[in-house]
Design a protein around this ligand. Structure first.
Ligand code: 13P
Length: 274
């Protein structure tokens, strides 16, 4: 099915995956489970991720459309995820010169087409916090976006001033001028907005109206999970009865992820779109 205002919620472990899948099912929303290469490694590797997700789809009786998607994949990572059974990949060639990005994306588009997988490509790198330095979000060149879009990718991530992680106080906001220019050239191509954490609701809505069909959120779930877990421990609940049992200890964080995912699905307009 086409990705209409779908959203990518990144997963980090079993609790994350279960919380996102159950919320998507409850709200009758399609969902894309995003897995970064680091998170894939943390979860023991891509085969473990595929096994866990497929197991949950069956045993939790999930019937809404779910994609298992590699987030910001390298060329090698993309190939490994295709082999492991992911249904969607992102090849992030934005750090290569545009000719090399085109070359590698083209090859992966052909593989994905053959296997019936979806593929996201990226133009104009998305900034964010790295080693304590906050980089400004770059704006993609609309002409380069068209070059990549024309390769037959399923969706395109383009930098429009968005960044991963928390936005700095003096963030200039999304560049709707860039988004509009990209959309004018790429037409029907679904655009992807990375760095969904902390973008004000009015900007999200405007971005959707200008062609954004997939929004990635990760940090916001992490913050919600950490805050709820902190509250539980600071209240001394892990010291009461069997409060130290991980099934109890992680329960407030699990619920916090569910609440965050619900809020995002409502804001992004994916509820009842399954
Ligand atoms: P945030 O962590 O800022 O929500 O970004 C998520 C993302 O874009 C993953 O690719």
């Amino acid at each position: 099915m086409p990705l209409v205002n779908a959203k990518e919620m990144n997963i980090n472990n079993l609790e994350w995956t279960k919380a996102i899948l159950l919320t998507a099912q409850e709200l009758n929303s399609p969902v894309i489970l995003g897995v970064s290469e680091g998170a894939g490694k943390y979860m023991c590797g891509y085969k473990t991720v595929v096994g866990m997700v497929n197991g949950m789809l069956e045993e939790l009786k999930i019937t809404v459309p779910v994609a298992l998607h590699l987030d910001h994949g390298s060329y090698e990572g993309a190939k490994a995820c295709i082999a492991a059974g992911f249904s969607s990949i992102m090849f992030d060639g934005s750090h290569y010169p545009i000719e090399e990005n085109v070359e590698k994306t083209k090859e992966l588009v052909a593989t994905c087409e053959e296997l019936g997988l979806s593929i996201e490509a990226e133009v104009g790198s998305i900034g964010g916090e790295e080693d304590g330095v906050i980089g400004a979000g770059e704006c993609a060149d609309p002409a380069e976006c068209k070059m990549i879009a024309d390769l037959g990718v399923t969706m395109l991530a383009a930098g429009i001033g968005n960044i991963h992680g928390k936005y700095p106080e003096n963030w200039a906001g999304l560049s709707f001028e860039t988004l509009d220019a990209i959309q004018q050239l790429t037409g029907e191509m679904p655009l992807v907005l990375h760095g969904g954490t902390g973008i004000p609701a009015d900007m999200i809505k405007k971005a959707i109206s200008l062609g954004v069909s997939k929004i990635n959120v990760n940090t916001e779930c992490q913050l919600a999970f950490a805050a709820a877990t902190r509250e539980y421990i600071e209240a001394g609940k892990d010291l009461q009865g069997k409060g130290f049992d991980p099934r109890k200890l992680l329960a407030p964080g699990f619920q916090a992820i569910k609440d965050t995912v619900k809020e995002k699905m409502e804001l992004f307009g994916s509820v009842d779109k399954a």
